[in-house]
Design a protein around this ligand. Structure first.
Ligand code: SF4
Length: 187
């Protein structure tokens, strides 16, 4: 990774439009993924953080992690009432990943641009939040996640859809102190 960071740094030659942010490879399902040698979420955050610290010596601070800690910063766009994806055939979706999921097929866009939409399905997506979730309501990440990191998990599995950030929050905050140039041993 050090070599890759140096190579990219040399190639981009200090162009401040570019940041580096590393994401762990994760198991998103399927039969072959179970055989991949993956880190567990907590461990992967630590590794990601170490690599990110190295990149910080060469590139501008990545805003990816910082924005995920903003209020509502870890809420999925699929849970927002004004966010839709329109397929090539005019199908209206909330989530941009689970396109075959019937709950994600909300309706069709009409020729005049208006929506013919299943309001009950829409309500499921935009109310899949933390308001009745005791775990969320006592969680330190609630301001950023609102229990809506993945509305589809809440709708289908009726559980809190915690982002990986929750398991790696300590490491993430340490990385923020590095970004801010704070030596936590002395503060
Ligand atoms: S991190 Fe998990 S428990 Fe916390 S608010 Fe988000 S979904 Fe709820």
């Amino acid at each position: 990774m050090q070599e890759l960071i140096e190579l990219l740094s040399e190639f981009l030659n200090g162009d401040e439009r570019f940041q580096l942010y590393f994401k762990p490879v994760q198991n998103y399902g399927g039969t072959s993924a179970k055989d991949l040698p993956l880190y567990d979420p907590k461990e992967s955050f630590k590794v990601m953080s170490e690599v990110q610290k190295r990149a910080h010596c060469y590139f501008p601070t990545s805003t990816e992690l910082l924005s995920s800690l903003d209020p509502m910063g870890s809420v999925c766009y699929a849970g927002l009432p004004n966010s839709f994806a329109i397929g090539a055939d005019g199908t209206i979706y909330k989530c941009t990943l689970e396109l075959d999921e019937p709950l994600n097929q909300l309706g069709k866009i009409r020729g005049d641009g208006t929506f013919d939409i299943d309001e009950d399905k829409l309500t499921l997506w935009i109310t899949a939040d933390a308001k009745d979730d005791r775990q969320c309501n006592s969680c330190i990440l609630k301001p950023t996640c609102q229990g809506m990191h993945c509305p589809l998990i809440r709708i289908k599995e009726q559980r809190s859809p915690c982002p990986p950030l929750k398991k790696g929050i300590r490491t993430a905050l340490e990385l923020v102190t590095v970004y801010a140039g704070i030596d936590i041993k002395n503060d």
